[in-house]
Design a protein around this ligand. Structure first.
Ligand SMILES: Nc1nc2c(ncn2[C@@H]2O[C@H](COP(=O)(O)OP(=O)(O)OP(=O)(O)O)[C@@H](O)[C@H]2O)c(=O)[nH]1
Ligand SMILES: [Mg+2]
Length: 284
């Protein structure tokens, strides 16, 4: 009967032992909680690469190919984002992603997350674009179908415009304080196995022209709404992709915002994705 009471009295009486025990608990507990959380969610600080692009471009097929090392089975249009953990190694002798991605490949290994997103316009605003904001993102792969580019050029370029503008604003916003890490963009020109496919160099120039048109269009809309050109404030300027007031748009203008844009062709179907894999290795 006396035991608990004595214990309570002992604890409540100021003494150096009690103080030390208390201090240890106060100092150690946050560390233990941190260790516990970072162990149970191993993904929190892995660098990540995000796949974006219109439906049917081949994002899920690419993810499946990189995950399994062989061709994707039938894929359906994605409803939800999904991510997988992959490893890149520094072994330059490895000529294909299959060798480089093996766990026992020589050289140093770095893990990263590959995040697949749905391309459907209704789903991408809520799920895809939010991924861009994360500090763990090291690169964006914008996957497009080169065989239907002619019909889809405006849609493909509009989504790309929004992605690039979001990244541009992110760098712009950080100028005053800590500059965020650079996020580079790979435009992955997929399905080059099809004979109707537009070659990567042509895709690049078509996209630049179309992005320029979209920029012009948005600016014109602003002017026609009655705003004089000298009244265009810095806020509207910030909504212009690339160099403000420049005649033509080119991907090089994004360097100003610490963003490199590469356009590289490949084919998931033929397993021809090594150049994209090399691009990823360079970002992780
Ligand atoms: N010919 C050819 N077909 C491909 C290639 N890559 C993917 N496909 C096909 O394109 C279709 C769409 O591929 P998905 O990977 O589901 O496309 P997605 O980008 O994930 O589309 P959403 O999830 O709707 O955004 C599938 O039927 C694939 O088999 C390729 O390199 N060549
Ligand atoms: Mg998909």
């Amino acid at each position: 009967m006396d035991g608990p009471k004595q214990l309570l009295e002992y604890i409540l009486t100021p003494s150096s032992e009690i103080f030390i025990v208390g201090a240890i608990i106060v100092l150690l507990l946050p560390i233990l909680v941190h260790l516990y959380i970072s162990r149970s969610t191993p993904y929190t600080h892995l660098p990540s690469i995000v796949l974006l692009g219109l439906p049917g471009g081949g994002k899920t097929s690419l993810l499946t190919l990189l995950e399994r090392g062989d061709q994707a089975l039938q894929t359906n249009t994605s409803q939800n984002p999904q991510s997988i953990e992959l490893t890149v190694s520094d072994d330059h002798g490895a000529s294909t992603f299959r060798e480089a991605a093996r766990d026992d490949a020589p050289g140093s290994h770095r893990k990263f997350l590959l995040i697949d997103t749905p391309g459907h316009p209704k789903l991408r605003l809520t799920s895809a674009m939010t991924h861009i904001a994360s500090d763990d993102v090291k690169g964006i792969i914008y996957v497009l179908d080169a065989s239907t580019l002619d019909e889809q050029l405006t849609d493909v370029a509009t989504y790309l415009y929004d992605v690039l503008l979001t990244l541009q604003k992110r760098t712009g916003a950080g100028k005053t304080s800590k500059t965020p890490n650079a996020i580079n963009v790979l435009v992955a020109v997929n399905k080059l196995d099809l004979f109707t496919a537009t070659p990567a160099t042509l895709v690049k120039s078509s996209l630049e022209a179309e992005l320029g048109r979209i920029r012009q269009f948005r600016r014109k809309g602003l002017l026609e709404s009655g705003v004089a050109i000298e009244d265009i404030g810095s806020e509207e300027q910030d909504n212009q992709l690339g160099e403000f007031g420049s005649e033509k748009f080119s991907f090089k203008q994004m360097l100003e915002f610490d963003m490199e844009v590469d356009v590289i062709g490949g084919s998931v179907l033929e397993g021809n994705v090594d150049k994209w894999w090399d691009w990823i290795s360079g970002r992780i």
